[in-house]
Design a protein around this ligand. Structure first.
Ligand code: DQA
Length: 147
């Protein structure tokens, strides 16, 4: 059976395509999820994609991934900058974690420069739009093949 990776998107990312397109682009979340499934398949991986606007629900999704996923890709949106609960949940995950942000958080407001997720991530990709998710899948596949 193909190894499964979990892709988790946080608050407001359901609005991709229409939300501040000058920052986040015009690609929708459905487009990104389809891209991720296709990219994972090229590596012989399956991808399960989730999105929630709710912090507790994101914690639940991370706890599920802890049981089942060979790797996790997460864009926690604004919770990246605020959520110790999401950090704690991610800390319990043994599988490699990749953090993705569509925008370059370091070129934006100061409060976006710190992410709680980064401290537990094997890698961080930001500023490359939807392509960042594909790059994160490639990086996870490389790590999983070398384990
Ligand atoms: C984001 C960056 C965050 O600062 C912001 O709150 C988001 C999206 C990104 O993908 O660029 O919602 O995570």
């Amino acid at each position: 059976m193909a190894q499964a990776i979990t892709i988790i998107n946080g608050p407001n990312l359901n609005l991709l395509g229409t939300r501040e397109p000058e920052i986040y682009g015009t690609t929708t979340l459905a487009d990104i999820e389809a891209m991720c499934v296709a990219r994972a398949k090229t590596h012989g991986l399956s991808a399960q994609c989730f999105q929630s606007n709710d912090e507790g629900e994101l914690v639940n999704l991370i706890q599920q991934a802890r049981e089942s996923a060979a790797g996790v890709i997460i864009n926690a949106g604004a919770y990246s900058h605020t959520s110790v609960a999401i950090l704690d949940a991610l800390q319990s995950v043994a599988a490699p974690i990749m953090e993705v942000h569509l925008s370059n958080i370091f070129a934006r407001e100061e409060f976006r420069h710190h992410s709680y997720v980064s401290g537990v991530a094997a890698g961080v990709i930001c500023g490359l739009g939807a392509q960042g998710y594909e790059m994160a899948i490639d990086a996870l596949a490389t790590r999983l093949n070398s384990l």
